[in-house]
Design a protein around this ligand. Sequence first.
Ligand SMILES: Cc1ncc(COP(=O)(O)O)c(C=O)c1O
Length: 352
Amino acid sequence: MSWQDKLRKVEPYVAGEQPKIKNLIKLNTNENPYSPGIKVEEAIQHFQSSKLSLYPNPDADDLKHAIASYHHLKDNQVFIGNGSDEVLALTFLTCFNGQEPILFPDITYSFYPVYCDLFGISFQSQPLDEDFCIVKEDYYKPNSGIIFPNPNAPTGCLVSLEFIEDILKHNPESVVVIDEAYIDFGGQSAVSLLKDYPQLLIIQTFSKFRSLAGIRLGVALGNEELISKLYDVKNSFNSYPIDSLAQVIGKASMDDSDYIKENAQKIIKTREWVKRELKALDFEMPDSYANFVFAKHPRYDGEKLFQELRNRGVLVRHFDKPRISQYLRITIGTQSQMEKLIEEIKLILKGS
Ligand SMILES: Cc1ncc(COP(=O)(O)O)c(C=O)c1O
């Protein structure tokens, strides 16, 4: 066997482009258009580089305490990782070890099947209905775990806490993971269910609501036993996933939550405006509760519209996948960025 034959072959997740095009309106990776805030700015300015000669606190204890207080949880109910993608990877490794397949929607965050492939976890995807809603009864069957985002990505559809509770009640022997990457743009977090459901794990990120995609901070919230198992797996892989500067920045962001909530309100207002404008142009879309909309035009090809917009300096996301190839996922930027988007779409539809 050659050395090449001994290499691991996987099909990786493909992240949205980060092109270096001047004056581009970048609406393709659900980043937050607003600044992370003055407290983060000050934390960076006051950070002493001499601290970098030492390893960071392995479990980011100060940041962990701030996150626990924010959610009214105990410190040992909080796990922090290097972006929620890493938290998700460690979750798959820690929680999904049964004989049955794990379950997630057919249209969802496309990293989930990649982790399954990487870790040899079998899965069964459950089709969303024709309105892109999750059918909860599909999750009432034997499984080794359940995961879905709420709101779902890339559709933006939200489910209620009662809906999540029904799934938890039918699955007392499986870890049920709710990926709340976009929950702060109009949804209600399932944190309040943690006290009654020890098998619930909630994953959040600093990348969207907190405008900190660049420092990589993700969080898992859950029962102490579950969280301690996540730390065991993390400590079998990387003792120091959160660097010292990221720990200080994360803490400053937690201390500036009121400012951050104001930004989320601005994004929600702009999102509702974008929905109205797109509907007036005949676009069809599920009702998004995230910082993006997922829209298709009945008479204009999705990929062609993506290309036309790109040529005009507006980058959105197109997925060449069954059921959704006609849709564009459009991140909500500032109001003026979105006005430019609508203007360009109107010109494209007019053929000019
Ligand atoms: C549903 C969902 N979960 C998790 C993530 C990962 O976020 P991050 O790794 O930046 O924390 C994303 C990123 O777009 C996402 O859409």
